[in-house]
Design a protein around this ligand. Structure first.
Ligand SMILES: NC(=O)c1ccc[n+]([C@@H]2O[C@H](COP(=O)([O-])OP(=O)(O)OC[C@H]3O[C@@H](n4cnc5c(N)ncnc54)[C@H](O)[C@@H]3O)[C@@H](O)[C@H]2O)c1
Length: 426
């Protein structure tokens, strides 16, 4: 058992804290948000993430997990300090590491001798070196340990990862970090810090590229009469390619892909390489939002101005409450510019303040569909697949559906009498 401090109790920090306590470490998790910490101490989880409530409750009950306000209070007895802080996109496209450096300066004189500071935030290459400079302590090591969890299945991803990447200049520090994960069955990829930082950007950029590739392929399928599901079945069975991240959709988004793509483009430019491939992927993703709007116009056969549109799903994907850079909101923004009247339903969104003035929020799918001229499925919530589409049809003004997640059965929808469009299916 090791004494571990986690700074930042967001999606990454809270998951890391709960999972490290679950595998037997003594964890103190800090955040600057007092309200969040007080809710966590009451066992209330501020985000929607499967298995997290049970693990936090377990940690609070067996006292392996504590929550405190402020980094300083978390580190007093810790041998390891994880940084899980926000690194939003800065004005120049690079990730802003201000919060990371602020915390390092805040704790630098207080960390115990031989402490290892472990950075989990996604940061520009060279940040480990910048933290070493900021900490000004010969007896403290700084190690990169990027996080690859997916929201919605964060706990499972943390406890059963494909790999654990550890970037350290000192073998001893790297091995001490690896030992923290002893009870997790996953290969350790031990590299230098710059390579670890690059692996994180490479992973997200590659995945975003894969999604944009399949979105483009779906457009080709529509034009040539091929079926994207058949095509991706064949494509994904090639082990060099793999079947994951081959589902077409309204475009990629979320808190990581957009900012990590921009950051890698910027990092490359600064290093003297123009990463035009990634620029094209970013552009293709932007066009994908427009394609969904265009499909809506085509299916309705009319100008969208003044029309009642239903948005089904607002979060950036299912099984999370995260709305950051959601493709659904991007599409909504473009529909609103065309004068459409938007009403939305999402099982995880109930505060109008989160979604802006353009969208009215409905309490359930029926309310959202009443009087609607066209519905767009923008998040792949199972509730939308299970819905009684025959009954919903009776509530709509015109039975039109743009299924931007390919979650409904095309044939059944057409048989029911819907004008229906999706992505690349025949
Ligand atoms: N969300 C993901 O799926 C994911 C996955 C892998 C990596 N990452 C990366 O991990 C990092 C964190 O992402 P996240 O989604 O958990 O962010 P988040 O915004 O959900 O959480 C960050 C937390 O840090 C807290 N915080 C800010 N300043 C602080 C300070 N000075 N002291 C203590 N706490 C402070 C905030 O209040 C917030 O609770 C980012 O670099 C992100 O790119 C995120």
């Amino acid at each position: 058992m090791s004494n571990v401090a986690i700074i930042g109790a967001g999606y990454v920090g809270l998951t890391t804290a709960a999972c490290l306590a679950h595998i037997g470490h003594n964890v103190t998790c800090a955040d600057i948000d007092e309200n969040k910490i007080s809710r966590l101490n009451d066992g209330e989880i501020p985000i929607h993430e499967a298995r997290l409530p049970e693990l936090v409750q377990e940690g609070l009950s067996n006292q392996l997990l504590k929550f405190v306000v402020g980094a300083k209070r978390a580190i007093t007895a810790s041998e390891f300090v994880f940084l899980c802080l926000p690194t939003p996109q800065g004005e120049d496209g690079r990730a802003d590491i201000g919060a990371v450096i602020d915390v390092v300066e805040e704790i630098r004189q207080l960390v115990l001798p031989q402490t290892i500071i472990i950075n989990k935030s996604t940061v520009p290459i060279g940040t480990i070196a910048a933290i070493e400079t900021a900490i000004q302590r010969e007896d403290v090591s700084v190690v990169s340990n990027p996080e690859f969890l997916r929201e919605g299945v964060a706990v499972t991803d943390f406890l059963q990862p494909d790999r654990i990447v550890i970037g350290a200049t000192s073998n001893e520090a790297g091995e001490r970090v690896a030992a923290l994960y002893d009870s997790i069955d996953a290969p350790i990829v031990a590299v230098d810090p710059a390579s670890a930082e690059t692996i994180k950007y490479a992973t997200n950029s590659f995945l975003a590229t894969k999604v944009s590739f399949v979105n483009g392929l779906a457009a080709v399928c529509e034009a040539v009469g091929a079926d994207i599901e058949a095509v991706t079945r064949g494509l994904g069975s090639d082990q060099r390619i793999g079947s994951r991240f081959l589902q077409p959709g309204p475009g990629w988004g979320g808190s990581c892909f957009p900012k990590d793509m921009q950051a890698l483009v910027r990092i490359a430019t600064e290093a003297g390489y123009e990463f035009d491939l990634l620029r094209a992927v970013i552009e293709a993703n932007d066009q994908q939002f427009d394609r969904i709007v265009h499909k809506t116009e085509l299916l309705l056969g009319e100008n969208l101005s003044g029309k009642n549109l239903t948005l089904l799903g607002l979060t950036f994907k299912a099984h999370t409450d995260d709305l950051r850079n959601s493709p659904a909101l991007e599409v909504a923004k473009r529909l609103a510019t065309k004068g459409a009247k938007l009403i939305a339903y999402d099982p995880m969104v109930n505060s109008p303040a989160e979604i802006g003035d353009d969208i009215r929020l409905a309490a359930n799918i029926e309310e959202a569909m009443t009087g609607s001229e066209i519905a767009l499925i923008l998040t792949e919530w199972p509730e939308f697949t299970r819905a009684n589409w025959s009954k919903l049809m009776g509530l709509m003004n015109t039975p039109c559906v743009v299924d931007a997640r390919n979650v409904l059965d095309r044939k059944s929808m057409v048989e029911l009498g819907y004008r229906y469009d999706d992505l690349g299916r025949v």
